[in-house]
Ligand binder design. Structure first.
Ligand SMILES: C[S@@+](CC[C@H](N)C(=O)[O-])C[C@H]1O[C@@H](n2cnc3c(N)ncnc32)[C@H](O)[C@@H]1O
Length: 279
């Protein structure tokens, strides 16, 4: 059952939080010259047209990246500059944002010559589009289950690892599957930096993931949750990220970025952050 299509959601507030964290983590990891093996376990199709029928049907980007883009000259944190730069590269020559990059495209934009990216995508059509995009990039696409695929690839050849785990959570068991796969991955590569995205739902299903992580052997797990001011009565009211082994200083810098999203002109949300599990 693969019915989720990210094109309906690309560029929403959750994508902004996730891709901002991804960009900051990579740039902080790149302060050291050693190569990074990057993995994207649930990659989607890489490039999204914000004018497409799917994007316009939900108009989620209007309340996410479009608000941030319109507000880009008044963002206080300098760390937004690399995010704005990537968005500008994908929308060259246009004042308005019409193209939104997905996670593999964000990672690809940050990669240095010795870094690598392996992207997993199980949906046949999404995987086909991803492979089409990747053919002109230095990206390996695997049409297989992302959690199992990641575990098969660890430890990587390169000295360092960054893995983004961003499932669609269409199946309730995915919350527990993610926690279990994360622990196994960490046991194979303890120094890796892992980013896990999850939805904040009125049903509270995300607590299964957070509790399983808390009950595990994992250490150094940082958590960022944003909650929409104008949240719907049911469904997704916010978005969460777990960052395992965040680079030193990431927490303050990322919190400053999210502060910029908090104002009504930018996105309009509140932020909770801190260690889920300390060092
Ligand atoms: C939330 S979307 C990914 C969005 C993307 N990471 C981004 O930030 O642009 C989740 C993706 O996971 C894919 N997917 C679902 N189950 C999967 C699995 N078991 N392994 C790999 N991909 C899967 C879906 O088809 C969907 O494209």
């Amino acid at each position: 059952m693969l019915s989720y299509l990210h094109a309906f959601h690309a560029g929403n507030f959750a994508d902004v939080q996730k891709h901002a964290a991804l960009t900051l983590v990579l740039s902080m990891m790149q302060a050291k010259p050693s190569a990074i093996a990057c993995f994207d376990t649930h990659a989607g199709s890489a490039i999204y047209d914000l004018k497409s029928e799917r994007a316009r049907k939900t108009a989620e980007a209007d309340a996410g990246v479009q608000k941030l883009w319109a507000h880009r000259d008044s963002l206080h944190s300098e760390d937004w500059q690399s995010v704005i730069q990537v968005l500008s590269q994908f929308n060259a020559g246009e004042g308005q944002l019409t193209v939104y990059p997905g996670s593999p495209a964000w990672i690809r934009q940050s990669m240095r010559p010795d870094d690598s990216l392996t992207a997993f995508e199980l949906h046949p059509a999404e995987s086909g589009q991803l492979a089409g995009w990747a053919a002109e990039q230095k990206v390996r696409v695997m049409h297989e289950d992302g959690l199992k695929g990641l575990l098969k690839q660890l430890p990587p050849k390169q000295p360092r690892l960054m893995a983004l785990i961003d499932p669609s959570y269409e199946i309730k068991s995915e919350y527990l599957d993610v926690a279990q796969a994360l622990l196994k991955a960490w046991q194979k590569c303890r120094h890796g930096v892992y980013l896990v995205w999850y939805p904040v739902l009125t049903s509270g299903l995300q607590t299964t993931l957070k509790q399983a992580v808390k009950d595990s052997l994992l250490r150094k797990v940082w958590c960022s949750e944003v909650h929409l001011n104008a949240a719907p009565e049911r469904g997704m009211t916010g978005s969460g990220m777990l960052v395992i082994n965040p680079p030193w200083g990431f927490d303050d810098r990322f919190a400053a970025m999210i502060e910029d999203m908090a104002t009504e002109q930018a996105v309009g949300l509140s932020h909770e952050h801190g260690w889920l599990i300390p060092e």
